[in-house]
Ligand binder design. Structure first.
Ligand code: HXC
Length: 263
């Protein structure tokens, strides 16, 4: 039974994959505060579920998300922004331990682009459009866009996107720039099917090894090369305390499939 109003959550692939659909298609899945609370809550619940190995976020209709809900934002004052959870709570998406795949089916603008950037893998549907149009509204990205976009597309493109508000990337460009891992041709359903297939592959792997791998890769965002490599080595070493590491390597040598126990 759904307890959420702005999103739909289902478990697929023998309940190993959590599928979250942003469900406000009448406003192109604009990211209201209610939606933010529901999405962060759903991700945390899925993150804590032993059986779940990966999550997917996608949007219903022609948008992934066309940004923060401008009606919510319009009358906020500076005290609201600093005192309330919005927008700081959005960053909680980046604190989820298990992998999140963004299946970007259409517009990923403003906060929508920033939510995709907080995910670990972006699969672009052929109608995907990425952009940061906040400057047209007299404001700037506020959910990490100025920090994360530059790391994906480089300074010059990020600046052009953020400063003009009208330089958008289509699916092919997003793929060519490394923002998306690939473009999936066909309908939204086909995109979600592909995302489920990627998530299911991740869910077959050792959960703790996957979580350590995600943490190690994300260190490249947060640390310099020297510190990042040290963190990777520590996490690599930690995998040798896992039963799953012994099982994975034994299975390779014995030429059989591993039976991971996720410890
Ligand atoms: C509220 C929105 C919305 C948004 C679209 N809608 N985007 N409502 N917030 N971000 C609503 C429209 O008002 C309209 O409602 C309905 O969705 C359909 O949108 P249309 O504009 O009619 O569709 P279309 O002509 O296809 O144009 C699509 C679009 C355009 C190009 C994506 O909707 C657009 O430019 N949207 C705003 C994109 C944007 O500026 N995003 C950044 C937001 S600020 P009605 O009632 O008229 O049918 C942001 C800040 C992040 O994200 C940081 C926060 C901390």
């Amino acid at each position: 039974k759904q307890i959420y109003k702005c999103i739909e959550v289902t478990l697929v692939e023998q309940e190993t994959v959590g599928l979250i659909v942003l469900n406000r298609p009448e406003v192109l899945n604009a990211l209201s505060e209610d939606l933010m609370h529901e999405l962060v809550d759903a991700l945390r619940v899925l993150d804590s579920m032993q059986k779940v190995g990966a999550m997917i976020i996608t949007g219903k209709g022609k948008a992934f998300a066309a940004g923060a809900d401008i009606k919510d934002l319009k009358d906020k004052n500076i005290a609201d922004i600093f005192m309330l959870e919005f927008p700081s709570k959005w960053n909680d998406v980046s604190k989820i331990k298990k992998p999140i795949i963004a299946a970007v089916n259409g517009y990923a603008l403003g906060g929508g682009c920033e939510v995709a950037l907080m995910c670990d893998i972006i699969l672009a549907g052929e109608k995907a459009v990425f952009g940061q149009p906040e400057i047209n509204l007299g404001t700037i990205p506020g959910m990490g866009g100025t920090q994360r976009l530059i790391r994906e597309v480089g300074k010059s493109s990020a600046m052009e996107m953020i400063l003009t508000g009208s330089r958008f990337l289509d699916a092919q460009e997003a793929y060519q720039r490394g923002l998306a891992s690939r473009v999936v041709a066909g309908s939204n359903d086909e995109l979600v099917k592909e995302a489920i297939s990627v998530a299911a592959k991740i869910a077959l792997q050792s959960r703790p090894a996957v979580v350590m791998a995600k943490a190690a890769v994300n260190s490249a965002y947060e640390l310099g090369l020297h510190e990042g490599v040290k963190k990777e080595q520590a996490l690599f070493g930690a995998t040798f305390a896992l039963a799953d590491q012994k099982e994975g390597m034994s299975a390779f040598i014995e030429k059989r499939q591993p039976q991971f126990v996720h410890t």
